[in-house]
Ligand binder design. Structure first.
Ligand SMILES: C[S@@+](CC[C@H](N)C(=O)[O-])C[C@H]1O[C@@H](n2cnc3c(N)ncnc32)[C@H](O)[C@@H]1O
Length: 220
């Protein structure tokens, strides 16, 4: 195989709402827990998780930028427990995870690390975690699945906390140290700049299972 060339850092953001591609996935057959990374970039965080867990877990990486998607696909081509998907993760998360969940596979964590902040108010709907994304998750996300959100953007962090609380289906826990001691590429970069990192985990509150009609009818 030719030597894999690392794509350069790309600074400009891509509008996720412009990506309408939808993907499907039959699910993992090996029954091992799934870890999802949304915005996997050049796979630095993913590779560190693989170093830590090897083939004990399954991994799904989403990356909207085509050069990074292609790179990740090559980087992890030999790993049977890794799948890489392009396009907008928000649009595809349910399609990709649903069949595994139906087979009884546990989605352990969904990481959303240092997502593009989309500062302008009119662009807030482009944020990975936005009110529509939460509204969809509230119906199908298993209550055992934790979504891990980390950012150096205080305003984004507080806005995200606010919309999660407003949605009402999830419980939130903030935390200080990186989970499993594993840092992301962006995190290391921001730390070097002396920036603070804000972290939270949230998951569906099982008390709300009763309210979730779609979930009752179709998943269990
Ligand atoms: C600021 S970088 C953070 C990279 C990495 N998570 C880290 O912490 O080192 C954000 C990444 O998310 C990707 N991204 C942004 N919106 C996305 C979306 N809707 N779906 C999938 N990936 C997305 C970007 O292309 C970029 O690679």
């Amino acid at each position: 195989m030719d030597k894999l060339k690392t794509p350069k850092r790309i600074r400009n953001h891509v509008n996720p709402l412009a990506y309408r591609d939808e993907y499907d996935f039959d699910g993992f057959e090996n029954g091992k827990n799934i870890i999802v990374d949304i915005g996997a970039y050049r796979g630095e965080f993913g590779a560190r998780l693989l170093d830590k867990f090897g083939d004990k877990k399954n991994f799904i990486f989403f990356e909207i930028r085509k050069p990074f998607e292609n790179y990740l696909k090559q980087l992890f081509a030999e790993k049977e427990n890794v799948r890489v998907f392009g396009g907008d993760a928000g649009r595809n998360l349910k399609n990709i995870l649903e069949k595994s969940i139906r087979k009884g596979v546990k989605v352990e964590k969904i990481f959303i690390n240092f997502p593009d902040p989309w500062f302008k108010k009119k662009h807030h709907k482009r944020r990975v975690i936005n009110p529509d994304f939460l509204k969809e998750l509230q119906d199908w996300l298993p209550s055992e699945t934790e979504i891990v959100f980390q950012t150096d953007q205080k305003k984004l962090f507080n806005w995200t906390k606010k919309i999660i609380r407003k949605n009402g289906y999830f419980k939130i826990k903030t935390f200080v140290e990186p989970l499993w001691g594993v840092k992301t590429y962006w995190e290391e970069m921001k730390e070097k700049e002396g920036r603070r990192v804000y972290r939270m985990k949230f998951q569906r509150n099982e008390k709300n299972d009763e309210k979730s009609l779609w979930r009752k009818l179709f998943l269990f």
